[in-house]
Design a protein. Structure first.
Length: 481
């Protein structure tokens, strides 16, 4: 399997076709790069490139384009609807095949150091590559934008402590697949878009994994979003959330759009939601054809069965990760999947018309919890890697105890999140067992058993991590109870 990463650089130019073409040529100048998509938006004055390549080639193509952007884009003359701080505003790397998020973090740091030295542009590492908690989210990094940063002394990860006179500053990071999704409302009233955006974004207590803002684009109010994890909050879920809120204000949705590319499963999931289909992928002709061809041609991506088998092999190995915390999160994931299954077997059945609305609410929440718990399977393992690294610090290093405590505390957080979600999931399992399809009652009971296992296992994991800390008072304060 060849190693591949996706790179999605965003450039602050959406009008001058000669500049956009120069950026395209720069990316394509690296022979092994596959340029998949270019989307430009004149109102946002922004272009989003999407390409895949082996890691080193991806970094080389990104640098080549960033050099062109620094030469051709002048932010002192730039205006547009979209927030920005740089000619190359953001460069995320995403693992695709044969690569991990850790590989992408290393790639982001490598590129950031080169950009800081050779282009003399301040670089902030963000998302999974962030070196500080306040730089995980891009809006926090970009705060003040180019104009607000010009008069400040900066503290970038790489490069000078002042913004480049015309090219500004850049964020480079590593993240899972992100979907840029816009919904256009049939109104020119921007306050409607801004109010809806505030209600649905995570930072305001809305949907998980959603960043949202309101703009006027092409004479229409637009809710512009980044969906940070479509397995937690899908485009279909967020579209329906916007539709409900818009209709309450007497406003319709005119259209929606994807900026860049998105995984196939997002569209299949949308079809399942809109048409109330079950197992939609099994009915897609092209999926069947790809599956047939894969018996002759090895696929770049492992099958779901291979992934599960591989994870179980890892769990059974002598490696410390994945371990009990990941197993507890997986138990919760399976519990959520069973709750969702029972809910789907209840929805649309005449015998259960009276509880149809309630079953749909349970389904939506179970699917959301399933995505969150599945993510925590990996996050638990990644967090414990930090503990392993901390214990390797020489014993005579005065920082050792504090670093180990920090790592143990960080390792306790994912299982603590599993406990919270497991408790909610147990309540959903008990409810769907009472109101749901009686033919699937045993499945609901198994979901409840798995949810309890997730709670008990994750609690044990939290306690084990906190017990290892050298500062009992700090450990007690962090306890989940």
């Amino acid at each position: 399997m060849s190693a591949l990463v996706e790179c999605v650089p965003n450039f602050s130019e959406g009008k001058d076709q000669s500049v956009i073409e120069a950026l395209r040529v720069a990316v394509a100048s690296v022979p092994v790069v596959q340029l998949l998509d270019i989307q430009t938006d004149a109102s946002h004055n922004r272009s989003v490139f999407t390409f895949v390549a082996p890691p080193e080639a991806a970094a080389e193509a990104a640098f080549a384009a960033m050099r062109v952007a620094a030469q051709r884009i002048d932010l002192t003359k730039h205006s547009g609807e979209h927030p920005r701080m740089g000619a190359t505003d953001v460069v995320p790397f995403v693992p695709v095949a044969g690569t991990t998020i850790e590989d992408c973090i290393a790639l982001a740091r490598q590129l950031g150091e080169r950009v800081g030295k050779e282009l003399e542009i301040p670089v902030f590492l963000y998302a999974r590559a962030a070196t500080r908690p306040d730089r995980v989210l891009l809006p926090d990094v970009r705060k003040g934008e180019f104009e607000g940063m010009r008069g400040r002394v900066l503290d970038p990860d790489f490069g000078p402590n002042r913004v480049h006179a015309t090219a500004g500053a850049t964020a480079i990071g590593a993240r899972p697949f992100l979907v840029a999704f816009n919904v256009y409302l049939d109104t020119q009233d921007i306050t409607v878009a801004k109010e809806i955006a505030k209600q649905i974004r995570t930072s305001s207590g809305g949907l998980p994994g959603v960043q949202a803002s309101g703009f006027i684009v092409d004479g229409l109010a637009q809710v512009s979003m980044n969906l940070l994890d479509i397995d937690i909050t899908s485009p279909a879920v967020v579209f329906n959330a916007i539709k409900v809120r818009a209709e309450k204000r007497g406003v319709a949705i005119q259209k929606s759009e994807i900026v860049g590319l998105l995984p196939e499963r997002a569209l299949i999931g949308a079809a399942e939601t809109a048409l109330q289909l079950s197992r939609a992928r099994e009915h897609v002709l092209e999926s069947k054809l790809r599956g047939r061809r894969s018996t002759d041609t090895p696929s770049a991506m492992p099958s779901a069965r291979q992934s599960l088998d591989g994870w179980i092999e890892q769990l059974a190995s002598s490696a410390p990760t994945p371990g009990g915390g990941s197993a507890a999160a997986m138990a919760g994931t399976l519990a959520a999947a069973l709750v969702a299954m029972v809910a789907r077997l209840t929805i649309g059945r005449k015998a259960y018309t009276a509880v149809d609305a309630q079953a749909r609410e349970i389904l939506a929440e179970a699917d959301q919890l399933r995505g969150e718990l599945r993510r925590l399977v990996d996050e638990d393992a990644a967090a414990y890697e930090g503990v392993s690294h901390a214990y390797k610090i020489p014993k005579d290093d005065p920082r050792r105890a504090r670093v180990i405590d920090d790592a143990l505390l960080a390792a306790a957080r994912p299982p603590a999140e599993v406990v919270k979600r497991g408790r909610r999931l147990l309540a959903l399992a008990q409810t769907i067992e009472q109101i749901g399809n009686k033919n699937a009652a045993s499945d609901a009971r198994v979901a409840g058993m798995l949810a309890r296992t997730a709670i008990d296992g994750a609690t044990e994991n939290v306690n084990a991590n906190l017990a290892g800390m050298s500062d009992p008072a700090r450990a007690k304060q962090a306890g989940t109870g």
